[in-house]
Unconditional design. Structure first.
Length: 104
């Protein structure tokens, strides 16, 4: 019997699990080589991050639709970051860098 192909969401979550695991392991090794993160911790972090990604993507789509656009752009990202000065600064810097690269 053939196995069912994984859904896009399952594949994305598996990739997110892998990335979160690598990041957590790298931080743990840097902080204390004898510390190892439990798979349940990585699973919890993955679920929390996946939920946050879903919320952010919904917000960005809503901002874009409200502005009468079908494409998410820099304005939507800046609106999302409006309450986080650090994130707003990083996004602004990245946008300026991208504009400079486009003008070359």
């Amino acid at each position: 019997m053939a196995t069912q192909p994984h859904s896009d969401e399952e594949r994305l979550k598996a990739a997110l699990w892998h990335s979160v695991g690598k990041i957590v392991d790298a931080i743990a090794v840097e902080q204390s080589p004898s510390v190892n993160a439990a798979p349940t911790f990585i699973a919890g972090m993955t679920e929390m991050l996946a939920a946050r990604i879903t919320t952010i993507s919904t917000d960005l789509e809503t901002f874009s639709r409200h502005a009468g656009r079908s494409v998410i752009n820099e304005d939507d990202a800046m609106l999302l970051a409006r309450h986080n000065d650090g994130l707003k600064s990083v996004l602004r810097h990245k946008a300026e860098k991208e504009r400079k690269n486009e003008n070359r």
